[in-house]
Write a protein that binds this ligand. Structure first.
Ligand SMILES: [Zn+2]
Length: 497
């Protein structure tokens, strides 16, 4: 009995001006057919977890394609169709199949498609017919659509944020698939969505008092009580200006559609009821730098939330660099700003050379002007590293040629390419131990939490950018109004599913 397996993972952002294609995926994970096994096996990825469960159940895995591109704006239509068609034609060629498992993100967008995962799931359903079970694992920030739910038997989201359970989520999706293939369970799924968005930074599951940790406990309770097989919460990737974006609850039950609908509704209602608990204080860059310098803690992490690569921003915003150049050149500190031209100039100049250059705003100049610096080239690197955890655990990260520039005590890491930040991999690849510094800037509103200890405090930055923490500051053009938090709604408005 054969099960077709593929992964196609990318998180989109309509506020980004970037288009991503083969090169962006190839720098992360891109492998077809049998090569896919070597690319993902043994790693902490959702697709690897799923394949382990299928193999252990005695099912033959048919590897189609693994493509993981991280985050950004939209995926190039041509590249998207290539991978989509590999999945569809691969499944067709592998028939007869006992089942299909797909590791997806759930919030990918392409140049012309706002629901590519829904399109892929519907096309695979067309290929295998109504009787063959299809399950998929999703990121917790998935934008789950009715088309996805109609096409699949079960969808399962990550439990954690920072995301540390991709592998286990793949296992859970595959376990449901195995149960359905063996006829032990008859999965039925229901989705409930509310027209509301929540600040990403307030969604931590590693703080037991945070609202998302409470949601997690509620979902697990619904499973432990046997009401449903799987309960997922989707606070959604909020930087998608598309009409029907909204927070969602989703549950899979064994034959009991009513139970699934009830649990899905309880989950999304709890998210709505706790919506004000998701707010996290954030400060303009100069004020954030001032607070970091004045903080009693020996170390302070500044979270540059508006330029989060993991949320789709290009990582080239120099707003915090500008603030540190004004305030912190006498303080052991480090900041990272993507700039291919500045990295190349530093590599040309060589270690020890004086370099006058501009940094930042080279990919997206809309939010902050480039910053001029007179620096010394402290060190040069090839920018390669391996992720120590998170959704990319064990896979390579490739910043490309990277330079460390120094202005007084401030180190400026200048990579060629933006990379998803999980912990301090980028700094370590540039030879910098941020634990030895007073201030370090991370371009992520959540994953910096993996670096916190009792000597480390944090400050979050506010302001414009593709991943601004202020959702009500965004000029929404397409999203249907009214919705929370841009409109003050006393009651939840359900999106029709
Ligand atoms: Zn996510």
């Amino acid at each position: 009995m054969r099960v077709a397996v593929a992964s196609f993972e990318f998180e989109g952002n309509t506020l980004s001006n970037q288009i991503h294609g083969r090169g962006d995926f190839a720098r992360k994970v891109l492998a077809e057919g049998a090569a896919m096994l070597r690319a993902v096996e043994g790693r902490d990825l959702a697709v690897a977890g799923g394949m382990e469960v299928l193999a252990a159940a005695g099912l033959e895995v048919v590897p189609l394609v693994a493509a993981q591109g991280g985050s950004g704006g939209r995926v190039d239509d041509g590249f998207y169709r290539e991978i989509r068609d590999q999945i569809i034609s691969g499944a067709a060629a592998a028939m007869p199949l006992a089942g299909v498992y797909l590791a997806l993100h759930g919030a990918m967008i392409t140049e012309s498609e706002n629901d590519p995962e829904g399109e892929i799931l519907a096309a695979v359903r067309q290929v295998v017919g109504p009787a063959i079970p299809i399950t998929a694992s999703f990121d917790l920030h998935a934008h789950v659509t009715p088309r996805m739910v109609a096409a699949a038997d079960a969808l399962v989201g990550y439990e954690t944020y920072p995301h540390i359970d991709a592998h286990n989520t793949g296992r859970r999706a595959a376990e449901i698939l195995v149960g359905a293939i063996r006829g032990r369970i008859r999965p039925v799924m229901r989705l409930r969505r509310i027209d509301a968005l929540l600040p990403v930074a307030g969604g931590a599951t590693d703080d037991p008092d945070a609202p998302m940790a409470k949601l997690r406990r509620s979902a697990r309770r619904a499973e432990q009580e046997g009401r449903v097989i799987s309960a997922s919460y989707f606070p959604v990737q909020p930087w998608l200006d598309i009409p029907d974006l909204g927070i969602a609850g989703l549950a899979v039950a064994d034959g009991d559609a009513e139970a699934a609908a009830q649990v899905a509704d309880e989950i999304v209602r709890e998210m709505w009821d706790r919506r004000r608990e998701f707010e996290i204080p954030n400060f303009a860059p100069q004020e954030a730098a001032r607070r970091a310098l004045a903080h009693a803690s020996p170390r302070v992490l500044i979270s540059d939330a508006p330029d989060c690569v993991g949320g789709g921003a290009p990582g080239d915003a120099p707003a915090v660099l500008a603030a540190l150049l004004e305030q912190a050149t006498a303080t052991p500190s480090a900041v990272l700003v993507v700039d291919a031209a500045a990295a190349a100039a530093a590599h040309q100049a060589g270690v020890g050379a004086a370099l006058t250059t501009t940094i930042g705003a080279s990919l997206d100049p809309r939010f902050h002007p480039a910053v001029a610096v007179d620096a010394v080239v402290e060190s040069l690197h090839d920018g390669s590293f391996v992720y120590s955890g998170g959704v990319s655990a064990g896979t390579p990260g490739r910043m490309g040629p990277t330079a460390v520039l120094r202005v007084g005590e401030l180190r400026i890491v200048v990579p060629t390419h933006a990379t998803y930040e999980y912990g301090d991999e980028q700094y370590r690849a540039a030879g910098i131990d941020i634990r030895a510094l007073r201030i370090a800037v991370l371009k992520n509103p959540m994953n910096f939490r993996t670096l916190l200890d009792h000597d480390t405090a944090w400050v979050m930055v506010a302001g414009p950018g593709p991943t601004t923490p202020s959702l009500d500051s965004i000029e929404w053009k397409v999203k249907r109004r009214p919705f929370w938090p841009c409109d003050d709604l006393p009651q939840p408005t359900y999106l029709g599913d």
